[in-house]
Design a protein around this ligand. Structure first.
Ligand code: ADP
Length: 520
């Protein structure tokens, strides 16, 4: 059985209340009426709540129906209120409906009360359901927005007809725009990183033509100059109005990309360490290969001297010793030419690279060592340098080697300023053997262009007698030195079609410079 209807009734005449109860009961609506006469009674009952319906007389000795309606709307906006009055004129009735009364019934036409109550309850039920649905919708929208924000994934729609684009709040945030800005392809391209624009335009054209699922990555250039990496996925589907659109998601994958980049750097470092270790082993084995024939050369030379000295030199034995010397000498020279061939190897990886980025990575790696040795390391890198083609890791190995040599030279020298600069710049020049003359004015029309990287220190500098020898393999002035750093650096730079050389720095120190050709 249905529970009785709980009615709050603002009425000063108890007989009227009884009449209402009877009228409703006659139509099978059982109810429980709480009758109040004053404002105080009305508000305190209202506060207790639990009413399905409010009935109110319009004029009461100490209170009025219109004020009651306003209070009820504030407290319980979903509970319907019907005026039951003896004297409601048309104007008042309209006013009451306007400010939210559900209906009005005249006391002398109480037969209208039952359908009016039924309609009011039905409508109130519908309103309640609607507001619950709205609340659920709002909540799910809020969850969706929060979810998109946390996962850095925005959504979008792209209408096949007319090409209109819709963005979610998070998509706006990712692109760095705010509504009411209209998302358009133009806007998207404007925000796209300049280097990716052509690719994105091509991609958009293809997607538009083929209308298939897509999954694409590109970069954005934000207005503060920062770069974002995006993954964009889309799927063609039919929308509510029956037309087709792409529905998709945009994820900000910048953090993931930076982590990958850091991993790549760590791998490059590891590769470098592996190379250095391999180099040590290589040197040991070369030394071993050279040592044996060299010992034989020395022995035979001593024997030769012995056979030739004295009163009766033994020419046959001496010439046999000479032949052995030549044989073993050839073995040494053979080892050396094999070693040369090894170092003359072409770059192993060829990629287009921004030399400044490659330098910056090595500067970060070297800063610690510089600081430990109280060396002030500064960069003077030119803007807008063209890309060079080469092996990033090998070129970084050269830069690292030159920086470490300079740091070592300055700290070994003890007292004195410890300043180190690394610079990069674009120059025009002409190549002459073992040297490149740079004269931007004279060679402005020259077809040769280079990127010149310089490593300048304020250390002891190079001894004039060593100047020509420092690039030789095994030449070192350090107790633990291998003497291979500059030799290998030279072969790397030459394999890139460039040159490496050293000059004194003014007023003190050394400058090592290498030039890489700009091709294309
Ligand atoms: P290693 O570092 O093992 O000695 P390198 O080929 O790197 O081998 O360098 C050869 C030599 O060149 C060094 O031992 C040092 O005498 C000299 N040299 C290199 N760089 C500098 C520099 N910046 N200042 C002074 N001397 C240097």
């Amino acid at each position: 059985m249905k529970p009785p209807l709980r009615i709050l009734y603002l009425e000063d005449d108890p007989t009227d209340a009884e009449l209402v109860e009877e009228t409703l009961a006659a139509d099978g609506i059982s109810c429980e009426i709480v009758r109040v006469e004053t404002e105080g009674g009305f508000t305190s009952s209202l506060k207790e709540g639990g009413f399905d319906l409010i009935l109110a007389d319009y004029t009461l000795p100490s209170f009025d129906g219109l004020s009651a309606l306003k209070i009820a709307q504030k407290e319980w906006p979903h509970v319907p209120l019907i005026f039951v009055s003896g004297t409601l004129g048309e104007e008042l009735a309209i006013e009451a409906l306007k400010i939210g009364a559900t209906d009005y019934v005249l006391k002398n036409r109480l037969s209208r009360l039952v359908p009016s109550v039924q309609r009011a309850l039905r409508e109130a039920g519908e309103r309640l359901n609607l507001s619950k649905a709205q609340e659920a919708l709002q909540r799910s929208e809020a969850y969706l927005t929060q979810g998109q924000k946390l996962s850095r994934t925005g959504s979008f729609g792209w209408d096949f007809h007319g090409g209109k684009i819709y963005w979610s709040q998070e998509t706006f945030r990712i692109f760095g725009y705010e509504p009411p800005t209209e998302p358009t392809l133009e806007l998207l391209l404007r925000r796209t990183h300049p280097e990716d624009r052509g690719l994105v335009q091509e991609f958009v054209d293809r997607v538009w033509r083929e209308r298939n699922d897509f999954d694409f990555q590109h970069r954005l250039m934000m207005s503060d100059g920062s770069v974002k990496y995006l993954r964009v996925v889309g799927h063609p589907s039919k929308n509510a109005s029956g037309s087709f659109e792409f529905v998709g998601a945009v994820t900000d994958i910048t953090e993931q990309k930076l982590a990958e980049e850091a991993l790549r750097k760590a791998q490059a470092e590891l590769a470098h360490i592996t190379r250095v270790t391999t180099l040590g082993e290589l040197t040991a084995s070369i030394a071993h290969e050279i040592n044996q024939p060299l010992a034989a050369v020395l022995t035979n030379a001593n024997l030769g001297i012995r056979w030739l000295s004295g009163n009766s030199p033994n020419i046959d034995e001496a010439s046999a010793a000479m032949r052995r010397i030549v044989r073993d000498g050839n073995r040494v020279s053979d080892v050396i030419s094999r070693m040369r061939a090894l170092f003359k190897k072409a770059p192993t990886a060829n990629e287009w690279l921004a030399i400044n980025d490659a330098i910056a990575e090595i500067v970060v790696l070297t800063q610690g060592e510089a600081q430990r040795n109280s060396v002030l390391l500064r960069t003077e890198l030119a803007d807008d340098l063209p890309l060079v083609s080469g092996d990033r890791i090998q070129l970084q190995q050269v830069v690292l080697n030159l920086l470490m040599n300079a740091i070592e030279a300055m700290s070994a020298a003890g007292e004195g300023p410890r300043e180190l600069w690394i610079s990069s710049t674009k120059v025009a020049g002409a190549v002459i053997p073992k040297k490149i003359i740079f004269d931007a004015k004279r060679h402005a029309e020259s077809e040769y262009h280079y990127i010149l990287v310089g490593i300048r220190d304020s250390g002891p500098g190079l001894d004039p007698e060593n100047l020509g020898r420092v690039f030789d393999a095994f030449f070192t002035t350090k107790p633990q030195g291998l003497g291979m750093g500059l030799a290998i650096s030279t072969s790397i730079i030459e394999a890139h079609g460039g040159q490496l050389w050293a000059t004194p720095n003014e007023p003190r120190g050394a400058v090592f410079q290498f030039a890489l050709p700009i091709t294309g």
